[in-house]
Design a protein around this ligand. Structure first.
Ligand code: NAD
Length: 512
């Protein structure tokens, strides 16, 4: 408890009476609505925060619009320097912020630190990127003409984030958006407002030291109502939204109706194919970490294992044995493998999915259930479970955000790939095989239909260097590495005539 209090103090979470910030300034709100942030670790209320009103929202938008006029003129490498210092501030606060992530959201301490490390990594990436926002040059068909393209910032980028990566998703978006010359408004999950407030405090000093205009880095606390304001607002050219497919369909429709841009990072239903040629010991580690890490609350969590019939019995026996060794409990205790679910609603949905699975004919090899007793007073700790199912069960087609692992047997690789692809979502996928032909088939155009396809690595987790995102109901957006930055910019094609005449394209003659 003392440790948590010290962390809260270090991160400025003691007196919270602001529902929004436009930089280092925290605004006073007239709104009387509050959100209580409960820790799933022990069920205690960590703090209450105020919710921004529509008037607060308008003020933030106005401030952001003004800031953009200045920020877009700052040279990109200078913006990168601000992001470099942001990365340094995160390094200095890694332990405190990681601990708060673990306490407010419930993931293990190591995963809390890992999440902050991802923020640091994306800052490093963005610093380099700030000197590499390249456009192409083309040869004009007209003499004495030059043609090239430039990338310009969009303006305000609205960021709506989910509870399970309460801080990294913001950093993935902002670090890139800022070096690209945009200003950002972040609406964090209403389940994790404190980690967001902590982030704003961490960047505070960097903003002041660099004389960054008020309105470049905005935070606005609220629930879906604020998300809806962002989605419907023509002053927000890009909305980057991470969360459930239900949310993404609403945001995508609202942004689409005004022909804005959206970047959607939604639910997954990720599978690992365990081939007859797999290294089974390695596969066990990938499968178990993928299924129970973050208590099954990652968008890339392994939800299905598609296992070859020749190795099925052997592999499943090892898997059940590994589940028997899992330690469930306080995520801040580094001996535990599995922490709590985010809240009691999530527990109810876990129990409901188990019932639905049984009703459809699922056979549980490791039973689920809610843990009770002194160590589990929050009521949010559940047992990771395993069921044999058919891929076309309704519940298997659905993403339940909890540690329920489904097993499906296969004979031929074609069949395994079609099972793997046979769900509405398309985020992450993997094959465990030492057979080159199988690996290449899985990665080919006729293989996995997901945004992420791995060989001899599980589905869960990704490096910031690659573009991150998925297809189908996962929403189609890409964030983070590779050329994902292009989503945060507008492309402009420029043609310059340095001749004494004005030749027209396609050889058209127009004499006066
Ligand atoms: P959620 O959809 O309940 O909420 C996510 C965010 O959207 C919150 O900030 C919420 O306030 C906001 N929101 C909800 N309805 C909205 C609406 N109609 N308009 C505007 N904003 C709205 O999701 P959650 O429970 O916080 O997170 C879990 C989900 O997120 C899972 O489905 C998971 O797979 C997904 N997720 C995806 C990725 C990815 O990168 N693909 C990453 C993390 C989480």
């Amino acid at each position: 408890e003392n440790n948590i209090n010290a962390v809260l103090k270090q991160l400025g979470i003691e007196n919270i009476n602001s529902a929004y910030a436009t930089g280092s300034n925290w605004g006073k709100t007239n709104s009387e609505k509050i959100i209580e942030s409960h820790s799933p670790v022990d069920g205690k209320i960590i703090a209450s925060v105020q919710v921004a009103s529509a008037a607060d929202y308008d003020f933030v938008i106005e401030t952001a619009q003004k800031a953009f006029l200045e920020w877009r003129k700052v040279p990109a490498p200078k913006r990168g320097e601000m992001v470099r210092q942001f990365g340094e501030a995160l390094r200095a606060n890694k332990e405190a912020l990681g601990t708060l992530v673990s306490y407010e959201m419930g993931k293990s301490l190591q995963e809390g630190f890992g999440e902050v490390q991802e923020m640091i990594d994306i800052c490093d990436f963005a610093v380099g990127l700030s000197r590499q926002l390249y456009g192409l040059t083309m040869h004009s068909e007209r003499p004495n003409h030059r043609m090239y393209e430039q990338w310009h910032p969009l303006g305000i980028v609205g960021i709506i984030s989910a509870f399970n990566f309460p801080v990294a998703v913001w950093a993935w978006n902002t670090a890139l958006a800022w070096v690209c010359g945009n200003v950002c408004i972040w609406k964090p999950s209403e389940k994790t407002p404190l980690t967001a407030i902590a982030c704003q405090h961490i960047i505070d000093k960097v903003l002041i030291a660099n004389e960054v205009p008020e309105g470049v880095c905005n935070l606005i606390i609220g629930d879906r109502a604020i998300g809806e304001l962002l989605s419907n607002d023509t002053k927000v050219p890009l909305v980057s939204a991470t969360g459930s497919t239900r949310m993404g369909k609403a945001v995508g429709a609202a942004v689409g109706a005004r022909l804005g841009r959206s970047l959607l990072e939604l639910g997954g239903n990720n599978a690992i194919i365990i081939s007859k040629d797999a290294d089974l010991d390695m596969s066990i580690i990938g499968a178990v970490f993928g299924a129970v890490g973050t208590a099954g609350q990652r968008c890339t969590t392994t939800r299905r294992l598609i296992i070859h019939e020749n190795v099925y019995d052997n592999f499943v026996a090892k898997l059940v044995k590994a589940y028997g060794q899992l330690r469930i409990g306080d995520p801040l205790d580094q001996h535990n493998h599995v922490g709590p679910l985010i809240d009691k609603d999530a527990v109810a949905s876990y129990l409901d999915s188990i019932e639905k699975c049984k009703a459809e004919g699922g056979k549980f090899l490791v039973e689920g259930g809610v843990l009770t007793g002194e160590k589990y007073t929050s009521g949010c700790y559940v047992k990771p479970c395993i069921a044999e199912v058919k891929n076309d069960f309704k519940i298997v087609q659905h993403e339940t955000f909890a540690p329920i692992l489904y097993l499906i047997k296969y004979k031929e690789l074609d069949e395994a790939i079609s099972i793997q692809n046979g769900v509405p979502q398309g985020l992450s996928s993997a094959i465990m095989t030492l057979n080159l032909r199988e690996a290449e088939q899985f990665l080919s155009a006729g293989g996995s239909d997901c945004g992420i396809a791995n060989v001899n690595i599980g589905t869960s987790g990704a490096e910031i260097g690659g573009a991150f995102g998925g297809e189908k109901e996962t929403g189609g957006g890409r964030e983070s590495g590779s050329d994902a930055w292009k989503a945060y910019m507008r492309r402009q094609t420029n043609t310059i005539n340095y001749a004494n005449t004005l030749p027209l394209a396609q050889g058209i003659k127009f004499d006066l």
